[in-house]
Design a protein around this ligand. Structure first.
Ligand code: CA
Length: 432
């Protein structure tokens, strides 16, 4: 048997972190992964996309978050060391997967993926397995190590315990982003006692479980998730910026497909307009390059593209009203027609956004196979599903709350210099 790869740095490296205070790196492999250009690229991708238009502090990046998930995983494994069910030879695998789990995220992933029909999980896989610096570093451990890291991230790895540390209902990923997003947005939700949770986590055959005595700390964590979803992640103003962003990508793609001549040709996006795009092209994208195009597209001849870019950059967002398309079937074609009469293309300026389109995952036990419920381990050694023990969790479990909002440029509709009558009709119909 070959000796497991465990080269240590001569001196521990320490990152200062506002959420976890310090992030500790002792493994040479982890240090070298952080130094790859694919990982460094995450410094140029914000963690919360367009949330900064709502909460101006939310400028933190996927780089910060990835380091945080690594640090929490490192601490969980310190607690697991020497306990039954945990095999410490999986340590480096879990740490690498934690660090790299978001490496495939691109600029403003949510909108980008929707318009260009790609998926950050696929890119993560390609970055880990393809011709990249990350792949080279991982290969030092063994020829099958990159594949194992990809499998953990994709939740297909044979040892489900390893997967559940990074991805489950209570995992290192969520524990980091809830606290980090709360810290950077400045909201007062999102806080819970992670130290306590780390002390009551126990490894079992195929999952991490929680000692029953830690139930109240977990309740707090579930509540903070619930509140963060509605107060931060689904914030209607953020969604307005997201709507405009998607429409910019959509317009640019459509113009390209109709042979429009751009003043400033979007070379960086060509391969995505065509299809999936190559890994190299994808790695060249970040928010800096994306915002560069938005900046110069403000001067494009195409009125829709330039207007949307002006709106996005200067935060002239769309306003919204509650609007359930299922209940207002008759108004919808009428609105579209009125928008056309007011010289607004409804494909770009009249948008229904439903929050259930977004990843909505506060506690709902058993909804998807891979979303294992949280199990408490009671003193007899038996497992009990959390919502059966906790009234607080039971009260918010399994309740799907969807909200529908209609987004449109109210500033334009209020400008009565042109199309006065039709704009008044629209405002009456929307009650604004
Ligand atoms: Ca993540």
């Amino acid at each position: 048997m070959t000796k497991p790869y465990d080269r240590q740095l001569e001196e521990e490296k320490v990152f200062k972190d506002p959420v976890h205070r310090y992030i500790h790196v002792r493994d040479e492999l982890i240090w070298d992964l952080i130094g790859t250009k694919e990982f460094q690229r995450l410094r140029r991708v914000r963690q919360l996309g367009t949330t900064y238009v709502t909460f101006h502090g939310a400028e933190h990046t996927r780089f910060n978050h990835s380091l945080g998930v690594y640090e929490i995983t490192r601490r969980i494994l310190e607690e697991f060391k020497g306990r039954p069910h945990w095999d410490d030879s999986e340590r480096l695998l879990a740490l690498s997967a934690a660090l790299l789990h978001d490496v495939g995220h691109g600029p403003f992933s949510h909108s980008f993926e929707k318009v260009f029909d790609t998926d950050h999980e696929e890119w993560t896989r390609e970055i880990i397995l393809g011709e990249t610096e990350i792949n080279q570093v991982l290969l030092r451990v063994s020829t099958d190590f990159p594949q194992a890291v990809a499998d953990v991230i994709e939740k297909t790895y044979s040892n489900k315990l390893v997967t559940s540390i990074i991805s489950s209902q209570i995992d290192a990923d969520r524990m980091d982003y809830l606290q980090r997003d709360a810290y950077y947005t400045g909201v007062s939700y999102g806080h819970f006692d992670m130290e306590r949770i780390l002390r009551v986590m126990r490894p079992m055959e195929d999952q991490v479980v929680i000692k029953q005595s830690g139930m109240h700390a977990v309740e707090d964590y579930i509540m903070s998730r619930y509140q963060m979803y509605w107060q931060v992640y689904f914030h209607p103003v953020t969604r307005s910026a997201e709507v405009i962003l998607s429409k910019i990508f959509k317009r640019a793609k459509e113009l390209y497909e109709s042979d429009y001549i751009f003043k400033h040709a979007p070379h960086h996006f060509y391969s995505f307009f065509h299809g999936k795009g190559s890994l190299n092209d994808y790695l060249r994208l970040d928010e800096a390059i994306t915002l560069y195009y938005f900046q110069i597209w403000q001067e494009e001849e195409d009125r829709i593209l330039s207007d949307l870019c002006v709106r996005f950059l200067n935060r002239r967002l769309f306003k919204y009203v509650e609007f359930n398309p299922n209940q207002r079937m008759n108004d919808w074609p009428k609105l579209q027609e009125l928008f056309r009469q007011a010289d607004l293309n409804p494909d770009y300026y009249l948008v229904v956004d439903s929050s259930s389109d977004l990843p909505y995952d506060f506690y709902r036990p058993g909804e998807e196979e891979e979303r294992l419920p949280i199990h408490l381990i009671i003193p007899s050694g038996k497992l009990r599903e959390l919502s059966r023990e906790s009234d607080v969790v039971e009260a918010i479990s399994g309740k799907k709350r969807t909200d529908h909002k209609l987004y449109f440029p109210l500033d334009y509709l209020e400008d009565e210099r042109e199309h006065k009558d039709v704009k008044q009709k629209i405002r009456a119909l929307l009650n604004v």
